[in-house]
Design a protein around this ligand. Structure first.
Ligand code: ADP
Ligand code: MG
Length: 316
């Protein structure tokens, strides 16, 4: 991880009465896949639009590659690849012509441009569709075209705003693998999503936002360590004497239990072998039990613990 690529300092953006960004700060280092995770309406797209100087903001400052970002910073913009939430391609151009157009905004040498366009087509796997117009493509293929248009000029910084919304699983995997590969090839990536599983899988550093504010930041492990509840063990059991329940409550790392509808739930903080210790107590007391399952925390638990509501509540 090298130098700072993006620095947002105390950004405030209002839409009339609504404060869409509320003193929002971020620092993104070279080589990261930086995830901006938040429910719909939390301010992700507003952040990206301000970052790119496409939207005026009320307060704060933005630096990219160590320079102040302004609407006329073409030297900076040239090194950025943008994949917007709403697909932006020309309906009257073919797949090939669209990618060629966007690449041509930055790459003027003809031979180099042809090579870059072909590489982008291969990268997103659209070889069989080069003569198609966008209207003939499925949602997933259209997203891949949108990505090819954004990355063909080989930018240093790639920004993707919810690139997998309404995309079939095959295209989704292709997109996620592609982003990891772009990063391995040297690009710094900013990735916004309201799907925590994707952010967990892909991102090296994560900021969780809600209502225009950053509510937590770290690697996924750091974020998970912020919350007490690191493992939940659930055991289906018909009979659980109070003495056995308190024996389990006194095990190391166990901090809370509940017994409702024949389901015994044990919350454990950190530590390994929690499940084995719990089951040993049941066996020693000759208690038989049914299904057993454990859940590790997700970024949703982090969000839930900090805000008291779920990321999933707002799932579309
Ligand atoms: P996200 O991308 O995380 O879903 P947005 O940045 O699009 O969130 O929106 C943040 C907040 O700003 C939301 O409450 C949204 O309704 C509001 N908002 C976004 N764009 C506009 C606009 N052009 N005019 C008024 N309000 C807007
Ligand atoms: Mg958005």
């Amino acid at each position: 991880m090298g130098e700072t690529v993006v620095k947002l300092d105390n950004l405030v953006k209002r839409y009339g009465e609504l404060i869409a960004l509320d003193h929002f700060s971020l620092e993104i280092k070279e080589g990261e896949i930086f995830g901006l995770l938040g429910p719909n309406g939390s301010g992700k797209t507003t952040t990206i639009n301000c970052l790119l100087s496409l939207l005026a903001y009320d307060k704060g400052s933005i630096e990219i590659f160590g320079k102040k970002m302004t609407p006329t910073s073409y030297d900076i913009k040239q090194q950025i690849g943008i994949i917007m939430q709403d697909v932006a391609v020309f309906d009257e151009l073919t797949v090939y012509e669209n990618i060629d157009y966007f690449c041509g905004l930055y790459i003027h040498d003809k031979a180099k441009r042809k090579q870059y366009v072909e590489e982008a087509i291969a990268f997103v796997g659209l070889e069989d569709f080069v003569r198609f117009r966008p209207k003939k493509l499925s949602g997933g293929l259209l997203r891949r075209l949108n990505i090819a248009c954004g990355i063909a000029h080989k930018p240093r910084l790639i920004i993707l705003d919810e690139p997998t919304v309404a995309v079939d699983p095959q295209s989704r995997n292709k997109i996620l693998e592609g982003i990891a590969e772009l990063n391995r090839n040297g690009a710094t990536v900013i990735y916004t999503s309201h799907y925590m599983e994707e952010v967990e899988q892909l991102c090296t550093q994560i900021a969780i936002m809600d209502k225009g504010r950053k509510i937590a930041e770290g690697t996924k492990d750091e974020l998970k360590r912020m919350i007490k509840n690191t493992e939940t063990v659930t055991i289906e059991i018909l009979e659980l004497p109070d003495a056995v329940r308190s024996e389990i409550e006194n095990l190391p790392h166990v901090y809370e239990t509940a017994y409702i509808d024949d389901k015994f739930t044990v919350r454990c903080s950190g530590g390994r072998h929690n499940l084995i210790r719990i089951l040993d107590v049941l066996r020693q007391n000759d208690l038989s039990f049914g299904r057993v399952y454990t859940e590790l925390p997700t970024l949703n638990d982090v969000f839930l613990e900090i805000t008291g509501k779920s990321l999933r509540d707002k799932e579309d």
